[in-house]
Write a protein that binds this ligand. Structure first.
Ligand SMILES: Nc1ncnc2c1ncn2[C@@H]1O[C@H](COP(=O)(O)OP(=O)(O)OP(=O)(O)O)[C@@H](O)[C@H]1O
Length: 683
């Protein structure tokens, strides 16, 4: 731009939101060292225009030219407060002072000037505790803090006392004499008479742009309000009936955006870091929950998952003895004193011994009749009804002790087998309980027969299945579901909490307008991400240490591999979470959508991660594509390290590590692309 060219020029600007044409061939020119008052009805696009001028939003088409190049040349006061509610006034001014590159002394001196002029409350007051008007004054002070050469103020006088409002105008007029250019929007048309130039915006166009005096003269009106009424009326009449679909030229936005002097600055980074620290200090409840919840979940998982359902009731009936005898004698040891004739130490009725074995593992309730026992299942009081027939001991003795060949005939053998059969009717509505009780019934019967044959002098193996489960290659002979599922649970939670914290903190700043404001002031995305990573790292360190202590200290879950490698994998998963968190906060504008995206991916990781069901049982398409899911391969990696002692030379381990790096790159690149697309042209 040449020396005499305007400070801000907007040419043929178009901007749509859905079907709404917010800027419709908009043109404006703001001369240097002037106050430009932008007026227009609510919703006409004033804020959108300011955002496009500052590069917060891109134009669909058109040109913005600025007479300044550096972000630090601009002072911006957004319409919403755009300040951290948890900060004190002093912390707010220090934060922005650091971003603008001011030293402590300069911030203090300038803050004192602004405090006197804007009548700011005590510096120790929290922003969130101030009135709306006080908050706006602090917001204005932030925009003026570094004495910028271009001031962009969105409704600076709303909610401010008329006397103070007049002071603000006088201050701005004074500033223009010192070389500052001001663009401001206001709803108070008459106060705009103090501007050098005013522009009336309506339906995305600028109806007029001139000095207030010229406008009033031109329209023969005593007031600016009256002049604008006439202009708006004429404009309304001219567009009546014109109901065309909005069209705009497709050439891209070509304006030069404001730049930072450097990609990274220690001052800005420190500002962001201190800001995060203050936020944590003021939000101890949230941070406490973020630390305590995972530990609680670890306890819940270890205490609640994978254990045999011992309290599952089994309604049993044995026809071998009467109910009275059973309740008093069946579970007492005396009746197992042996039988001299049979030469066995376990004596009939054998159903007592079998039921006692079952009672050691489950909650066995003995009923006197089959009807009652079955009814217990029907009324949800028991998970299985088990019936032992009257000839059970006779049949067992015949088949297992005397041998099936002792039967007189094939019919006799068939009848004996029928008469000794135990009938089980289950409530199969719960797959896991059904499976575990079934397994328990079969195992207890096997134990019973082994014990019985052994008690009669026969080898124990005589009644065993000829399948021997030897010492396992990995894991234990009696593997626990808890151990197998732990990797999936731990990794999914690491991912979930990281996404939650990242997206939560970014969205909080974004929705409060703080993120845009900090970025207009000069903060870079890189500084925001790096400062966030440091906070996240500290949180993760504390969080994971506590979870490790619960899983591997309190509950002694198996851990065979390298702790360093396992922690590295968890850390990579966290980084996937951070990059995903930034990605979703960049593509979605509402926190609801971000929440859905957080929960959605976590459920997907849970669903396909082999926590609930092994991947080997998945549909072939899923089985063959699950490697491409985020986190899932890393979860396998962690599982192999902890349960099999694998190291990086193993395919499963490095596949998980590689997958993390790939996903971190994908999410980071996607965030960058969306970020650039939202703010700049694709030129
Ligand atoms: N991110 C967005 N998505 C969709 N529509 C938007 C978005 N931002 C602004 N708009 C729409 O653009 C139009 C202009 O909004 P803008 O905030 O610029 O109005 P304004 O002139 O500043 O109003 P006010 O004086 O009440 O602040 C409105 O209809 C608004 O709904």
């Amino acid at each position: 731009m040449k020396e005499d060219s305007p400070m801000v020029r907007v040419s043929n600007a178009y901007k749509t939101y859905g079907h709404e044409m917010v800027l419709n061939g908009f043109n404006m020119a703001v001369r240097k060292k002037q106050i430009y008052g932008l007026l227009g009805p609510s919703g006409c696009g004033k804020t959108v225009l300011l955002n496009c001028i500052l590069g917060i939003r891109p134009l669909d088409s058109g040109l913005v030219e600025l007479g300044v190049t550096r972000k630090s040349d601009v002072g911006y006061m957004p319409q919403e407060i755009g300040l951290f509610k948890e900060f004190t006034i002093k912390e707010t001014l220090t934060f922005y002072g650091r971003i603008f590159g001011l030293n402590g002394k300069a911030v203090k001196t300038r803050s004192a000037e602004l405090t006197a002029f804007l009548e700011l409350p005590d510096w120790q007051c929290l922003i969130g505790k101030l009135s709306g008007g006080e908050q706006r004054r602090v917001s204005l002070a932030v925009a003026l803090l570094h004495k910028p050469s271009l001031l962009v103020l969105d409704e600076p006088t709303v909610g401010i006392d008329p006397l103070l409002s007049m002071n603000v105008w006088q201050f701005l007029q004074e500033a223009t004499r010192e070389g500052v250019t001001v663009i401001l929007t206001t709803h108070y048309v008459e106060e705009a008479r103090m501007a050098n130039m005013v522009g009336l915006m309506r339906n995305g166009q600028l109806l007029i742009e001139d000095s207030p005096t010229n406008i009033m003269t031109q329209l023969n009106s005593d007031t600016l309000e009256g002049a604008f009424y006439l202009l708006s009326r004429d404009h309304q009449a001219s567009i009546m009936g014109a109901n065309e679909t909005p069209q705009f030229p497709k050439e891209r936005y070509e304006g030069k955006l404001l730049n930072n002097e450097s990609f990274i600055s220690w001052n800005r980074f420190l500002a962001q870091l201190v800001k995060n620290y203050i936020w944590i200090k003021r939000n101890t409840v949230i941070i406490g929950l973020l630390l305590i919840l995972p530990v609680m979940q670890s306890f819940f998982y270890s205490a609640g998952f994978g254990h045999f359902p011992k309290s599952a009731k089994i309604a049993a009936v044995t026809d071998e003895i009467t109910f009275g005898e059973f309740s008093t004698d069946c579970f007492s040891q005396e009746i197992f004193q042996g039988d001299e004739d049979m030469n066995c130490t376990i004596a009939p009725p054998f159903s007592c011994y079998l039921l006692q074995l079952m009672n050691n593992s489950a909650d066995l309730v003995v009923f006197s009749s089959s009807e009652e026992a079955k009814n217990a299942v029907l009324t949800n009081d028991a998970w299985a009804f088990l019936h032992i027939p009257a000839n059970f001991s006779v049949g067992i003795a015949q088949i297992f002790l005397r041998g099936p060949l002792s039967a007189e005939s094939q019919e006799d053998l068939d009848e004996t087998l029928d008469q000794m059969a135990i009938h089980v009717q289950m409530d199969s509505s719960d797959y896991v309980i059904n499976l575990l009780l079934r397994k328990m019934f079969l195992e207890k019967f096997r134990d019973f027969v082994e014990d019985l044959t052994q008690s009669c002098g026969l080898p124990k193996r005589f009644a065993s299945m000829p399948v021997r489960f030897m010492e396992p290659i990995f894991g234990t002979k009696e593997p626990e579901f808890t151990d197998g599922g732990l990797a999936g649970f731990f990794c999914s939670f690491c991912f979930f909490f990281t996404v939650l914290f990242t997206s939560g903190s970014v969205m909080m700043e974004k929705l409060a307008g703080v993120l845009d404001r900090s970025m207009v002031a000069g903060m870079t995305y890189f500084e925001i991400v790096t400062a966030h990573l440091i906070v996240q790292f500290v949180l993760v360190f504390v969080q994971k240490s506590m979870m490790f202590a619960v899983f591997y200290g309190v509950y002694s879950s198996p851990f065979l591999g390298s702790p360093v490698l396992a922690v590295a994998v968890l850390f990579l998963i966290e980084l996937v979470g951070v990059s995903y968190g930034f990605f979703i906060t960049e593509i979605f504008v509402s926190d609801r959508l971000v929440t859905y995206a957080t929960i959605g991916i976590t459920l997907a990781v849970f669903g396909v991660g082999g926590i609930i069901w092994p991947p080997e049982g998945q549909h072939p398409i899923l089985q063959n594509t699950v490697w491409a899911f985020p986190v899932t391969p890393a979860l396998e990696s962690y599982k192999s390290i902890t349960l099999k002692g694998y190291n990086l030379t193993n395919y499963v381990v490095w596949k998980g590590v590689l997958s993390c790096f790939v996903w971190i790159s994908i999410f980071t690149a996607a965030t960058f692309v969306v970020y650039r697309t939202k703010r700049r042209s694709l030129k």
